[in-house]
Design a protein around this ligand. Structure first.
Ligand SMILES: Nc1ncnc2c1ncn2[C@@H]1O[C@H](COP(=O)(O)OP(=O)(O)OP(=O)(O)O)[C@@H](O)[C@H]1O
Length: 239
């Protein structure tokens, strides 16, 4: 049996840059299932937290990130969707096939599997278009397919709908919920409180680089524990 990479144990993790603390200390456990939404004011540290968990930030001395398997292997079993994903100058199909091809799958099989994913996300008609010419919503769906094609156990998303209109956001949310129902652990940041209400099982509220609350969503919205979270939910300016 393959061991799950989760839960992830984070202890006293601090991210510093040029002497400034951007995040932390963070101590938490990322459980093996669920859909967590990371919220907080601008500059609170949402992106830095997601990057930290995904292994893109160096943890300062004294802190640690422990997956259930060695980090190198865990890295290959997770994926990240950025706010503005970089599309390669290739067709939409080959953008999705690429992660398989770099992991030893033949071009033919990779393209076949990518075709099936394009169908799932409703982009079959765009398969042979250059990915760079697709609309924002199409690109984000492509990025999701590219992230999911290797069946990651955990998917991080950093404000993936920030630049999308209502319709594209709805389509993206539907696809994301499907991935979640299929068993992918999801951790996603958003500015959009409505989106958090629609999607979150639990909310991680960040302020000044610290996780102030990690609470089931219903509880977070009904009775936030901190005055900062209360102000944030009310739409007040949080300093
Ligand atoms: N490359 C960098 N060098 C120095 N400081 C940085 C860098 N990237 C981010 N920061 C700072 O780190 C802090 C956290 O930023 P981060 O982008 O993680 O916040 P965020 O909550 O995602 O913000 P936003 O909602 O605006 O996207 C901010 O004070 C930001 O100015």
């Amino acid at each position: 049996m393959v061991t799950s990479i989760l839960p992830l144990d984070v202890k006293n993790a601090v991210v510093r840059r040029r002497g400034k603390t951007l995040l932390g200390p963070v101590t938490t456990t990322v459980s093996d299932s669920g859909l967590s939404i990371v919220m907080g004011p601008n500059g609170a540290g949402k992106t830095t937290l997601l990057r930290l968990l995904h292994g893109m930030e160096r943890v300062s001395r004294g802190g640690s990130l422990r997956w259930q398997i060695p980090e190198e292997e865990a890295r290959a079993r997770q994926a990240f969707v950025f706010q503005a994903p970089i599309m390669m100058r290739r067709t939409a199909l080959d953008n999705v096939a690429y992660p398989l091809m770099t992991h030893g799958v033949s071009k033919k099989e990779a393209r076949q599997r990518a075709g099936a994913w394009l169908e799932r996300v409703g982009l079959t008609d765009s398969a042979q278009k250059q990915a760079t010419v697709l609309s924002g919503g199409e690109r984000q769906k492509l990025a999701l397919a590219r992230a999911l094609i290797r069946k990651p156990e955990i998917l991080f998303l950093d404000e993936p709908c920030a630049n999308l209109d209502g319709r594209a956001t709805r389509e993206f949310e539907t696809l994301l919920m499907q991935a979640f129902k299929d068993g992918t652990r999801v951790v996603m940041s958003t500015h959009d409180i409505g989106q958090a209400r629609r999607l979150a099982e639990d909310v991680w509220f960040i302020h000044h680089g610290l996780i102030l609350e990690q609470t089931p969503a219903a509880e977070f919205f009904a009775s936030p524990k901190t005055s900062e979270a209360r102000a944030f939910i009310n739409g007040d300016i949080v300093e």
